[in-house]
Design a binder for this molecule. Structure first.
Ligand SMILES: [Ca+2]
Ligand SMILES: [Ca+2]
Ligand SMILES: [Ca+2]
Length: 292
């Protein structure tokens, strides 16, 4: 059954900048959006359209250039920079990623950080210095690694990784965002770390999606990296208007329970698939246009 146009509009278009505009201005907005689109799609970032509405990130050399290097190279936690090439193997693309809450300073979208907390390198063994690592131990490999976060006193307590994408359709709104990823944990420390997913369309106001809530175990279970499961949810209230960015934040904190060092958090196989709705054209309840 089709959702009535007026119901769809009220459900998914209230964030849209043209929510209160009339149809004539909507067409003008669409034209401006087309011009804006033409000037922005060359920047290299995750770009969704109805014909290209999904992305998979496994940190191998098949990782798309919009989030990794061009051409693809396996992630080695060599840092972040805008549109890195394969001459800068092992980096991630800062047009897609931001890293916050690390003592060496925030890695902003479009920024560069190739040493310190944002670039801790590849390891299979247990680590203690805070930062972003490539995990290459079992079941990962150097050719298909995972992304590992080691929280520490001044890193990720709290902090976050933020992945952004752009709705590059000039007219159609994204009305749902399916997010799936795997979490692995090295529970070798006597604290519990919290991982939360928050999402936003302005990178300021974030909404928690509780289906993804996970806490690492407090009591130590050993130094083996073990699966904490696959987390997946279709965020049906995550509306991203045409030409807007969507932001997905893995927020990490600790000190809820326990003491001492902090567990290592490992992420892999991130998949995002977005759903498009019809244009945000307001219904015409009084049929005013037909009276002219
Ligand atoms: Ca992987
Ligand atoms: Ca640090
Ligand atoms: Ca623990």
């Amino acid at each position: 059954m089709n959702t009535p146009k007026s119901t769809f509009y009220m459900m998914h278009c209230t964030l849209w900048p043209g929510f209160k505009l009339n149809a004539k201005r909507i067409r003008a907005t669409a034209m401006v959006s087309l011009l804006f689109l033409a000037s922005s799609v060359t920047k290299g970032q995750i770009s969704f359209t109805p014909g290209s509405n999904t992305i998979s990130i496994d940190f191998s050399n098949t990782t798309p250039a919009s989030v990794g290097t061009n051409t693809g190279t396996a992630f080695t936690a060599a840092g972040f920079s805008p549109n890195p090439t394969n001459a800068q193997a092992g980096r991630l693309n800062s047009n897609a990623w931001s890293v916050r809450g690390i003592s060496d300073g925030t890695l902003n979208f479009g920024g560069t950080s190739t040493s310190g907390d944002a670039a801790r390198g590849s390891f299979a063994t247990s680590q203690s210095v805070g930062g972003v690592y490539a995990y290459v131990g079992t079941p990962a490999t150097t050719t298909n690694p995972m992304m590992m976060i080691q929280p520490a006193a001044d890193d990720f307590t709290p902090g976050s990784l933020v992945l952004r994408f752009r709705n590059d359709d000039p007219v159609l709104p994204i009305t749902a965002v399916q997010l799936t990823y795997d979490v692995w944990v090295r529970n070798d420390a006597g604290r519990s770390q919290t991982i939360r997913i928050n999402r936003s369309i302005d990178d300021v106001n974030y909404t928690n999606e509780p289906a993804f809530d996970y806490n690492t175990p407090e009591a130590i279970s050993g130094s083996t990296v073990v699966s904490a499961g696959t987390f997946s949810q279709n965020m049906t209230d995550f509306d991203v208007p045409a030409t807007y960015f969507g932001y997905i934040q893995w927020a990490i904190d600790d000190d809820t329970t326990g003491s001492g060092n902090r567990d290592e958090i490992v992420l892999d196989n991130i998949q995002i698939t977005v759903t498009y709705g019809p244009p945000c054209t307001p219904p015409d309840p009084c049929r005013c246009r037909s009276r002219r």
